[in-house]
Design a protein around this ligand. Structure first.
Ligand SMILES: O=C[C@H](O)COP(=O)(O)O
Length: 261
């Protein structure tokens, strides 16, 4: 089964709502409609931008999807500062990243919490992009496959098979995020293949074949083609390069198999 590639731009804590509108307009203008038949494109702005992005996407009937970078495991209540699944669903979010390494490291998110967030996203019809990835020391110790396998198993714990089918996985080696050190396509493929193998072992071949596994970590227009050419890499979770409209558009077009617009 051919999996349609997904390119998701994780803006992290960048761009206010006015800048968000400008960037989405730029992408919409630069990436012709025909590319969306070959690649799904999503932007993941900060919470404060989502309403503006929604309004623009709806008004201009853009094919671009959008989502958030995190969500609360709770639906509502006394959780100061948190944003819930129902709030994101109401804003038309299609995706939400869960367990990004920056949240694991800076906010101390555990696999248990990540698992609750995956469930919260699914409960509200939002596709979780479950992020896994090893720190440099783990890779140097040769433990990267075991480490990412554990994160995957814990992140999906308790889900029904059909729910797992609705999840996107993103392999992001921590040492490659924002550092300019992209994993080689062979390194990335090794882990993505192993993650798919784990999906097959736990949930069966049909699920493993259907689930999209993305790579993230210093992806740019200059390296995306080689990455998505690998059998088990179905797109990219892009940080820095997603903030530049021209670069992001190029990257999406190349992930679609080209040519450049
Ligand atoms: O979510 C995206 C990743 O953290 C990758 O970020 P980067 O492309 O800036 O390395």
């Amino acid at each position: 089964m051919a999996r349609k590639p997904l390119v998701a731009g994780n803006w992290k804590m960048n761009l206010n709502h006015l800048e968000a509108i400008a960037l989405v307009q730029k992408i919409a203008f630069a990436l012709p409609e025909k590319y969306y038949a070959k690649v799904d494109v999503a932007v993941l702005p900060p919470f404060t931008d989502i309403r503006s992005v929604q309004t623009l996407v709806d008004a201009d009937k853009l094919s671009l999807a959008y989502g958030a970078q995190d969500l609360s495991p709770q639906d509502s209540g006394a959780f100061t500062g948190d944003i819930s699944g129902p709030m994101l669903a109401k804003l038309g979010c299609s995706f939400v990243t869960v367990g990004h390494s920056e949240r694991r490291a800076i906010h101390g998110e555990t696999d248990e919490l990540v698992n609750k967030k995956v469930k919260a996203a699914l409960k509200h019809g939002i596709t979780p992009i479950l992020c896994v990835g090893e720190e440099l020391a783990v890779r140097e110790a040769g433990e990267h496959l075991a480490h990412t396998r554990d994160q995957l198993i814990e992140g999906l714990k308790g889900l029904k098979t059909e729910q797992v089918q609705a999840v996107v996985i993103a392999y992001e080696p921590v040492w490659a995020i924002g550092t300019g050190k992209v994993a080689t396509a062979a390194d990335a493929e090794e882990v993505c293949k192993s993650l798919r193998g784990t999906l097959s072992e736990k949930y069966g071949d049909e699920v493993a074949t259907a689930v999209r596994v993305l790579y993230g970590g210093s992806v740019k227009s200059g390296n995306v083609s080689e990455l998505v050419a690998a059998d088990n890499i179905d797109g990219a979770l892009v940080g820095g390069a997603s903030l530049d409209g021209e670069e992001f558009t190029k990257l999406c077009a190349l992930a679609a198999g080209g040519p450049l617009p």
